[in-house]
Design a protein around this ligand. Sequence first.
Ligand SMILES: *[C@@H]1O[C@H](CO)[C@@H](O)[C@H](O)[C@H]1NC(C)=O
Ligand SMILES: *[C@@H]1O[C@H](CO)[C@@H](O)[C@H](O)[C@H]1NC(C)=O
Ligand SMILES: *[C@@H]1O[C@H](CO)[C@@H](O)[C@H](O)[C@H]1NC(C)=O
Ligand SMILES: *[C@@H]1O[C@H](CO)[C@@H](O)[C@H](O)[C@H]1NC(C)=O
Length: 393
Amino acid sequence: MKLLSAAIFLYSIAILSSWTVLGSSDFNVLDYGAIGNGKTDDSKAFLKAWNDVCGATEESPTLHVPDGKTYLLNPLKFQGPCKSKQLGGTLMAPTKDEWISDGKGQWIQFFDIEGLNLQGGGRFDGQGSLWWKDCDHKHCKRPTALFFHNCNGLQMKGMKHINSAKNHISINMCHDVIFSHLHISAPEDSPNTDGIDISESTNIFIEDSFMATGDDCIAINNGSSNININGITCGPGHGISIGSLGKDGEYNVVENVHVSNCLLRSTQNGIRIKTWEGGYGYAKNITFEKITMKNAKNPIIIDQYYSSYAYSRKMKGMDIKVSDVTYREVNGTSANEDAITFNCSQARCSNIILDNVNIKMTNPGEKAKAVCQNADGKVLSAVPPVSCLSKSH
Ligand SMILES: *[C@@H]1O[C@H](CO)[C@@H](O)[C@H](O)[C@H]1NC(C)=O
Ligand SMILES: *[C@@H]1O[C@H](CO)[C@@H](O)[C@H](O)[C@H]1NC(C)=O
Ligand SMILES: *[C@@H]1O[C@H](CO)[C@@H](O)[C@H](O)[C@H]1NC(C)=O
Ligand SMILES: *[C@@H]1O[C@H](CO)[C@@H](O)[C@H](O)[C@H]1NC(C)=O
């Protein structure tokens, strides 16, 4: 697949020299009336510039957002199709009090754009603190900061994302995506501030990034396959998760996930698969490799009782089936004694493999253990010993 060479540039001083190269087809938001004082709404100027970028005939037109300014943007949708495309300074969301809608939906949306390329050293500031404060329960409406829908060939590199009201980045129905060198952060106690959420997407690479949030660093949700996660430092946060799957009796599937070379520091979970009771579908062919834990709670966990849902469909055989899950070279320390938990449903987890797993307690005086329910598989080597896996099938 040929990616259109296009980029949304969030500029920092550090990369100023590189944008001059692209200057021939540069669409500067300041030329479209953006002020960049952090107070005036610059949304209209961005949209006007976007329209021109989309219509441009040059090879790789760039939406240039000059660094050193802060642009206040109300909820905004960048819509394709677009011949070529790009964007970049600090983009700032309105605070909760200034938000024009009821908090449903998203702050900045990208729809139907092929080959979108966002890069530079700028940042997205979701200004989430008021939302978090008024929203101490998990279910109140809050906007996701960046939402990508149907953006095949999307690339995003070297950007900062801070303090989203809810998820920092969500991608839905996108294929062939590369995220790298992202820096995502929100306070440990900020509710539902996931780093990156993936759904109904395939061939996704997330690499060499830092994430410290109040919820999952990365969550891999329904309809996702061929997901590669490499070189992520996560924590605080809830770890790297598959799911939750099967909420509200839904049919959910995830397969072909490879997570490698990650460090999880003081996270509430390490590498986790979580499913609801009452849903159905599967999570299969998932490998966690070369993972280091530092004081993580629940370093290795499959939890099929994430939450239960009394659904009429909940009957025998309707279950999320978890299979072919490998943990290889997973080392480090656990903050609680259940270092390894395989709590599977009656459908059973099958072909769980532990190879060179070594997890000790953070407190050297304590002893880590493994617990299993309805789990089958093979242990090549594991500390703590996992004698609870049954060897059948
Ligand atoms: C989950 O994803 C699968 C495969 O893409 C799809 O068939 C199914 O409808 C999705 N489930 C829900 C509840 O959206
Ligand atoms: C399992 O997933 C990996 C990607 O993580 C893929 O390369 C491999 O082909 C998959 N195996 C099967 C049997 O689908
Ligand atoms: C885990 O420990 C083993 C044995 O000490 C070592 O070979 C491996 O490199 C370690 N892996 C990680 C990810 O630290
Ligand atoms: C599995 O989860 C259920 C529901 O949370 C709990 O009652 C049970 O003790 C757990 N079993 C194991 C082995 O952790």
